[in-house]
Design a protein around this ligand. Structure first.
Ligand code: ADP
Ligand code: MG
Length: 728
């Protein structure tokens, strides 16, 4: 009997769920472990408090004496909560978060020790960072990078460590993390959007980008997951025959949450409350053992930090409930994968959501301005937006008949489509008083009612307008939202600044009124970006054909998609918006291509190992049993043995067939890997992994999965899909 699998199953069946009791009201817990406004008021002097607030709200620099004060107050607050260590907490381009803990504890001679934390330690640190991905920015002999405090994201306590969110940059200033370009992009969109807002309201001084992510994930019993080398090393199953019952009955979606999962969720949410992550929604997702968690949206930088932190603590809490969390986009073939919808909007410091229709024609014109500029930004940069979510694991969703397709399109609903059609007919140049009135009353003025019945939700669109926000649905479940949020905010910033230039030019040259100029420019935008709008079924082949005619890209693989990151246009865009220099863009491209190669390489090795070291020996063992059986039958039935052992003989042959299929394909795969490894050019190498190595996965898997159906269940070493997906 294959011991690990059965041992794991036995264990998981006898597991008694850990009951998590919520004893304190959530609103009382919220932010308890965050050095937020509340605790700052309590611990900081007035000067220091104002210094931090000014930094957060107006980007003012914090001077050293204030930093010293903040640091010692932070320390006092942390010590009062039993904290012993501090760390700069950052998000290097590995995709996970990084921390290196230092104790507050210091000796001051004569055997005396104190708890110390000064401004210097708060503001900047130099982690020995030579082993983080840097895309060639730092050679190892110049391996200096530093982390610097980001006061816009509050420090928090996890376990007994004070975590200080920081950026991570090379000594020469280039970004080495997700946060740095994100902060620059948020600054760019603030500047551009605030300038446009001033057409409508002079009082607007700041525009903030918001993000509400919806995190999908799978929960698998920890022991069962550990029994599968593919899950342990790659986060997904590389083989495994589908379970007889999967998601066909649609009986999991929004169903009652299984007890163990529910207790995990309660404890996770409790941790989130302490950390100030405003989680609100939880439910079962479509696939068995798949779930979703969503917070109330927040300022984008904070939301990105919170999502990264969440992904980290999910793993730790899950472990306490004997679960492993799978954030991979496609852990199981044949059932739905996991994404992370990024709900995005812009709002002003005067409290207006710029992507929500308003109450007056003028505020609706403002809404339309931002709405149409966003559509135009997506239209002009669709390939770049696709690149922002490209990864080896997300390739299993995008363009692989999984939601959504690899083609970026914008869904706006029937009614807004009509509004845009009407706006396309606006007269060029000056508008007659009659036309203006008509527009304001009948087109722009009608929008609020219209949106209320805009309930149509096309789930196949990668970028959908959902009433008061856009929903970028193609983001992968395991992705750091910083990447797509940087790119989305950058392209919108660029679009809004172009818009401002065009409107100002019309006002100056053609003597148009502000609203006339706005109508004139958005009319042209609607025409020039019509191609990105799509309301139909995004999964069908028809859409692929149509999208091609429209000139939209359909980059199904990461190596193809990533090229848009380093096109002349993208590099110029990032430079102009001061989000990334050419060196930074190129470095990021290199890091992402390399990550792709490494992921496929690891998967390929793991699959080769499992196929040869687990599946082949098991099948041979079973085949030998059959051979023994045939030999026995031959002894008994002598020359008639063939008719009584017909089934066995054909099984023996069938097994040999599959064994041959596995071995020849694994050999082919190893040869292709060797060829790919000899390629110098990174892009070419990634292509080879994508087009020559990866396709063999399917062939190898095919034979393994067939064997799974033939071989005696008691011998089969790998935990099966039905066990992974239905153990609760
Ligand atoms: P769905 O039907 O797609 O699940 P919800 O209305 O439940 O959508 O919202 C999903 C996410 O969108 C939540 O995180 C929510 O906070 C966020 N959200 C709602 N309004 C906005 C907004 N104006 N800007 C950004 N995110 C928003
Ligand atoms: Mg959603």
């Amino acid at each position: 009997m294959s011991t690990l699998r059965f041992h794991a199953i036995k264990n998981s069946l006898s597991y008694k769920p850990l009951i998590f009791e919520e004893k304190i009201r959530r609103s009382d817990l919220f932010g308890e472990n965050v050095f937020n406004e509340n605790s700052m008021r309590q611990y900081l002097t007035k000067d220091a408090f104002e210094g931090v607030v000014n930094a957060v709200q107006h980007g003012k620099k914090i001077d050293r004496s204030i930093a010293d004060q903040v640091a010692s107050s932070m320390r006092d607050w942390a010590l009062s909560k039993g904290v012993t260590h501090y760390t700069h907490w950052f998000q290097p381009l590995t995709g996970s978060t990084a921390e290196k803990h230092d104790a507050f504890f210091e000796t001051i001679g004569d055997g005396v020790a104190i708890e110390k934390f000064g401004g210097g330690q708060l503001v900047q640190q130099e982690p020995d960072a030579s082993s983080f991905p840097n895309g060639g920015i730092r050679n190892t002999f110049e391996a200096r990078g530093y982390t610097a405090w980001d006061p816009t994201s509050p420090a928090f306590i996890y376990d007994t460590t004070l975590c200080i969110p920081t950026i991570f940059v090379a000594y020469t200033g280039e970004a080495l993390d997700y946060k740095t370009p994100l902060l620059r992009a948020l600054h760019a969109v603030d500047g551009a959007a605030t300038a446009v807002c001033k057409y409508f309201d002079k009082n607007v001084k700041k525009v903030t980008s918001s993000l509400g992510w919806e995190q999908e994930y799978f929960l698998v019993d920890k022991m069962l997951a550990a029994s599968r080398p593919d899950i342990a090393l790659t986060g997904r199953t590389l083989l495994g025959h589908s379970s007889a019952k999967g998601q066909q009955l649609d009986d999991h979606y929004f169903g009652s949450i299984p007890n163990r999962a529910l207790n995990f969720m309660k404890e996770l949410e409790n941790e989130c409350m302490l950390l100030g992550i405003p989680v609100k929604t939880r439910h079962n997702e479509v696939a068995p053992n798949q779930f979703e968690l969503a917070p109330i949206y927040e300022e984008a930088n904070l939301a990105v930090d919170h999502n990264s932190l969440l992904m980290d603590i999910m793993g730790r809490v899950a472990s306490r409930h004997n679960f492993k969390v799978l954030l991979h986009e496609k852990p199981f073939a044949g059932v739905n994968g996991s994404g992370k919808h990024n709900n995005w909007s812009l709002s002003t410091d005067t409290g207006i959501n710029l992507l929500a229709p308003g109450k007056t024609p003028m505020s609706n014109l403002q809404f339309l301005t931002f709405f149409i500029n966003t559509i135009k930004a997506v239209h002009d940069n669709e390939a770049l937006l696709r690149a922002s979510i490209a990864s080896a694991s997300n390739d299993h969703r995008l363009g692989a008949n999984e939601a959504p397709p690899a083609i970026i399109s914008v869904f706006i609903g029937e009614q807004l489509t009509k509004v845009l059609e009407e706006l396309e007919g606006v007269t060029k140049g000056k508008l007659s008083p009659q036309e203006k009135t008509d527009l304001k009353l009948n087109v722009v003025g009608k929008i609020p009612d219209v949106l209320l019945d805009n309930t149509d939700r096309n789930r196949t669109s990668s970028f959908a307008f959902t009433g008061n926000k856009f929903e970028f649905r193609a983001v992968g479940a395991i992705a750091n939202c910083g990447n797509p949020m940087t790119i989305l905010n950058t392209i919108v910033a660029k679009q809004l600044s172009d818009f401002k230039v065009e409107v100002d030019a019309l006002i100056a040259k053609k003597d148009l009124k502000k609203d006339e100029a706005v109508f004139n420019v958005i009319r042209e935008y609607i025409k020039s970006s019509r191609n990105i709008l799509f309301e139909g079924n995004g999964y069908g082949e028809l859409w692929e054909i149509e999208a091609k005619k429209r000139g939209l890209s359909n980059n199904k693989s990461t190596p193809e998609a990533l090229k848009a990151r380093v096109s002349d246009k993208s590099i110029a865009l990032f430079e102009e918006m001061k989000v990334m220099s050419r060196v930074e863009s190129e470095a990021r491209y290199e890091i992402e291509v390399e990550a792709y190669i490494l992921h496929i390489q690891i998967e390929s090795r793991v699959l080769g190992d499992i196929a040869r070291n687990h599946i082949v020996p098991t099948a041979v063992k079973y085949q030998n049993i059959l051979i023994e059986n045939v030999k026995g039958l031959k002894e008994i039935f002598e020359k008639d043995y063939k008719s009584v052992s017909k089934e066995q003989l054909s099984l023996i042959a069938e097994i040999s067939n599959h064994l041959e299929g596995i071995n020849s394909n694994v050999t082919k795969m190893i040869d292709q890997r060797r060829l790919a490894n000899s390629i110098e050019d990174l892009g070419e190498k990634a292509n080879a992994y994508c087009n020559k190595v990866k396709p063999l996965f399917e062939d190898i898997r095919y034979h393994c999965d067939k064997l799974e159906l033939l071989v005696d269940d008691e011998l089969w070493p790998l935990t099966k899909y039905r066990e992974l997906l239905f153990t609760r």
